[in-house]
Design a protein around this ligand. Structure first.
Ligand code: SF4
Length: 304
């Protein structure tokens, strides 16, 4: 499949079927922490990169095989850059009854037509990591037409118009946005936007730039406490014993690895297959040269 991948076990969404609407790596940003790699095509202009009808056909086929908790629009770039994203969300809502989550960097939501295309999603998770323009530019390397002011404006308009759940993700990087002044400005800016939840994240997978370094648990906890009850640290989740039927385990694993670095435990939880068996499968794929392993922190990740 070219556009639909998974299901994968997401830390936030349970079992989630992914939809990738942009060619790698097309984005409005080139974030230091990006797990997909460096942006090769930076743009701020929406375009129908892939035909919506083909994406819908793939979804129809896949949904005959799996029952996900969410259809998640994300992938290897910024999904709101796809100018027909509304057709894909509309198909899921009108024809399948599944819930739609949108993972976005939020950078284009200030454009009314872009915001209106995503309003039928059930859950929108934009990134908002700093309230200081200089830090915004340092972390995200945005397209020259984009600013923190526009991002903030877009998120405030979304909050007014969107009836679903708005969950802001804060990506925290050591030495960039973890100082007290940063956090206090961030708290105030997020308070003005008024999301339902605030999820604190850090660099848990291999980043595209070595300057992106994770915060330790204690610092994350301290920051979380300042956000009050709506703040949370994204925790690892596991779903044991959930069996799904898959065409072949190898192709499912390759699909997962192609999209982002994964650990054996991620594969095991997502596919409902024992860790022992997954380790065996991963070793075979590694021997064949289809994947290779990479150490990050104390974990082993597999990448394509
Ligand atoms: S992390 Fe998201 S927004 Fe940032 S460069 Fe990667 S795909 Fe784009």
């Amino acid at each position: 499949m070219a556009y639909v991948f998974g299901p994968v076990l997401s830390r936030r969404l349970g079992l989630s079927l992914g939809v990738d609407l942009t060619p790698p790596k097309t984005c409005t940003y080139d974030c230091l922490y990006c797990q997909v790699g460096r942006t090769t095509r930076i743009t701020a202009e929406p375009y129908p990169f892939v035909p919506a009808a083909e994406v819908i056909q793939e979804l129809e086929k896949k949904l005959r095989q799996v029952t996900p908790d969410f259809i998640t629009i994300s992938g290897s770039g910024e999904p709101t850059l796809h100018s027909q994203i509304d057709q894909i969300i509309g198909y899921v809502k009108n024809r399948t009854g599944f819930k739609v989550a949108l993972l976005t960097n939020g950078s284009l939501l200030w454009r009314k037509e872009v915001m209106e295309r995503v309003l039928r999603a059930d859950l929108i998770m934009p990134t908002f990591s700093t309230a200081i323009e200089e830090t915004y530019r340092a972390i995200h390397n945005p397209h020259p037409d984009l600013t923190l002011e526009l991002l903030t404006k877009g998120l405030k308009s979304l909050r007014q118009a969107f009836r679903g759940e708005l969950m802001i993700e804060v990506m925290l990087l050591r030495g960039f946005n973890d100082r007290d002044e940063e956090i206090s400005a961030l708290r105030s800016a997020i308070g003005d936007i008024g999301p339902d939840r605030i999820q604190l994240n850090t660099v848990v997978r291999p980043p595209s730039d070595r300057r992106a370094v994770a915060l330790d648990r204690k610092t994350l906890e301290d920051i979380k406490n300042g956000f009050g009850p709506s703040g949370e640290i994204i925790a690892e989740v596991r779903r044991k014993g959930r069996e799904q039927r898959f065409d072949t385990l190898f192709s499912q694993i390759l699909e997962m690895v192609k999209r982002r670095p994964v650990r054996a435990a991620d594969v095991s939880s997502a596919l409902g297959v024992s860790l022992r068996r997954v380790n065996k499968l991963l070793r075979t794929l590694e021997k064949r040269g289809s994947i290779h392993s990479k150490e990050h922190g104390s974990e082993t990740y597999y990448v394509a």
